[in-house]
Design a protein around this ligand. Structure first.
Ligand code: ARG
Length: 370
């Protein structure tokens, strides 16, 4: 416990100023009266002096979480930051309650395919109670198994899949086994929960007019819910705060299914399309990528599941940039992440540069608990 205490003490020294600047910002952005704003800041500083922390009011939590999205330098989808639905689940007190909250999140976010951005905020650190960690990278993700003749499933999940197996889980062994939710309370052994099929909408992938996949049962899930990042608002840390938007097609078509270190489907697709793979210069990879991305957008649309193509997403990001300018705020961003991994130069983001400075509130990476 010594290292935890050292971190808490370290955070405590910065907490009053982080709380003060967040609450001042919050007051300004929400048009609070000056007297009410000052009183609220005093109240928070008193709470910090007395208890070592302060508690966000529900609307501060909601606005703070949305600000964290607005500040997410790697996200091209930030136009919609102010419409994220915030589930205040700070009262969750057991792994089962967390699991139930996560199922509510999935149902709300999935919404029969009309995806709604949402975040579920679990108890913060620093209140003297044990917090939760969700060990999964995303609530929905496919397992990866090392087999004698290669990896079955998602290579990015191999290590986590082994962790689940060590905790007693056994997958079916298909390329698309949904991993269980792994929820840890304090430093107890984590608990595993299977996600009911009803809460894991998936989209079978087909191309509008070609057979790209042959016998391979290509599919992907509808909602990406990042569940391993830390949310920090006004100096308060929320180690479990899973959030989602909808997919941009290239995340699936270029990266998840296309990357050599992921499902690596380009050689299969090239073969099924009869492409000449004898030389890099035939651009067979580019042709295969294009058709794979077309299949992803076509399939989600046909299934009635919200998805955005990278051209539209980049245009929406342009609107976000103009909105922020009008609001007198500087947009921060990480160029290497904002540019889409297909035809980047055909989007405006490619031709601009971005300041990758970190603003609070923010989402950040934290050490894996396993
Ligand atoms: N790139 C990740 C994936 O392919 C998801 C990251 C979040 N994406 C989003 N559209 N909100 O699973």
């Amino acid at each position: 416990m010594t290292s935890t205490r050292a971190t808490d003490l370290g955070a405590m020294s910065a907490l009053p100023s982080e709380a003060g600047s967040f609450l001042a910002r919050y007051a300004e952005e929400t048009g609070m009266e000056q007297t009410a704003a000052s009183a609220r800041i005093r109240e928070a500083l008193d709470a910090i002096a007395a208890d070592g922390t302060y508690r966000h009011r529900p609307d501060e939590l909601r606005h703070g979480a949305r600000m964290a999205w607005r500040n997410a330098n790697r996200c091209i989808g930030r136009l919609f930051w102010n419409r994220m639905h915030v589930f205040d689940e700070r009262g969750a007190s057991s792994e089962t309650e967390v699991f139930e909250a996560l199922l509510r999140h999935l149902a709300f976010a999935t919404n029969g395919g009309e995806i709604r951005p949402a975040i579920t905020i679990l108890p913060p650190a620093g209140e003297g109670r044990a917090t939760f960690r969700i060990w999964n990278h995303q609530l929905l993700r496919y397992a990866g198994y090392e087999r004698p003749d290669g990896i079955v499933g998602d290579p990015a999940s191999v290590r986590f899949t082994k962790v689940c197996e060590r905790l007693g889980w056994r997958g079916e062994g298909t390329p698309f086994d949904l991993l269980p939710l792994v929820v840890q309370h304090g430093n107890k052994t984590p608990r595993l929960f299977d996600i009911p099929r009803s809460h894991a909408l998936e989209v079978p992938l087909t191309h509008p007019d070609r057979d790209l996949f042959g016998d391979f049962p290509a599919k992907w899930y509808a909602v990406p819910v990042i569940s391993d990042m830390l949310l920090e608002i006004g100096g308060v840390r929320y180690p479990a705060a899973p959030f989602n938007g909808w997919y941009m097609g290239t995340e699936i078509g270029s990266r998840n299914l296309g990357d050599e270190a992921r499902y690596d489907l380009l050689p299969l697709i090239a073969a099924n399309l009869g492409l000449d793979t004898s030389s890099n210069a035939t651009l067979w990879k580019d042709r295969a990528l294009l058709e794979l991305n077309a299949a992803v957008l076509h399939s989600y649309r046909r299934a009635g599941v919200a998805i955005v193509d990278h051209h539209t997403a980049a245009q929406q990001f342009g609107v976000f940039e103009r909105n922020e300018e009008k609001a007198g705020r500087a947009v921060t961003g990480r160029w290497s992440w904002l540019i889409p991994p297909m035809s980047p130069s055909a989007t405006a983001v490619f031709h601009k540069s971005y300041d990758d400075r970190i603003e609070s509130p923010q989402f950040s990476h934290q050490e894996a608990p396993y």
